[in-house]
Write a protein that binds this ligand. Structure first.
Ligand code: ADP
Length: 191
């Protein structure tokens, strides 16, 4: 299986680039943020719980997120591979993902980390709020909080994959097509 972690701060372009990658490599896109939002919309218990954290820009607890991710992976019958978007966001999630993939005889091939500086992220998120309708994009205080959580809790996950020799940094500034080409060439080299 071709399993990729697409990594980066909020607003780095993970969702946009995921669409390109799933099409080219025939992968299943698993965005934990999207799955939480679908649960909020469907008013499930999981959605209610997730919303209380997401509205503040905090992470949903690891145990909840890991269980949900596992069940989403198992829903797929014969996938070519997965793009993990917005997961793992903590070292505990990364370790749980490795452990789980091992049980289905699989592993992560690469972590591709989109790098975008903070001011650009804030501009992109506020702009996205207009189309996404997401409350966590519209409020500068929540955006600050998400970026802080990223820096403190999520950025260290890079070291987890560096230690495994799977980390690749990708310049996330440029046209959408430019960035897609950067991703394609790294994947094609490794795959
Ligand atoms: P972005 O990357 O733009 O912040 P996401 O859609 O990936 O947006 O995530 C939105 C929110 O969903 C996060 O701020 C967090 O509250 C929650 N969330 C998403 N993925 C995870 C995860 N892996 N662990 C914990 N919380 C998560």
């Amino acid at each position: 299986m071709l399993n990729i972690v697409l990594f980066g701060p909020p607003g780095a372009g993970k969702g946009t680039q995921s669409e390109r990658l799933i099409e080219k490599y025939n992968l299943v896109h698993l965005s934990t943020g999207d799955i939480f939002r679908a649960n909020i919309k469907g008013e499930t218990e999981l959605g209610k719980l997730a919303k209380s954290f997401m509205d503040q820009g905090k992470l949903v607890p690891d145990s909840v997120t890991i269980d949900m991710l596992r069940s989403e992976v198992l829903k797929q019958s014969t996938p070519n591979g997965f793009i993990f978007d917005g997961f793992p966001r903590t070292n505990a999630q990364a370790a749980a993902l490795d452990e789980f993939l091992l049980t289905i005889d699989s592993s992560i091939l690469l972590m591709l980390a989109l790098e975008v500086e903070e001011n650009e992220l804030k501009t992109r998120l506020l702009k996205r709020a207009g189309v996404s309708g997401r409350a966590d994009d519209a409020d500068p205080v929540i955006i600050e909080n998400r970026i802080r959580v990223y820096n403190n809790e999520t950025a260290p996950v890079k070291d987890y994959y560096k230690q495994q020799g799977k980390f690749v940094s990708i310049d996330g500034i440029g046209t959408i097509d430019d960035i897609t080409q950067r991703l394609f060439s790294v994947i094609d080299e490794k795959n």
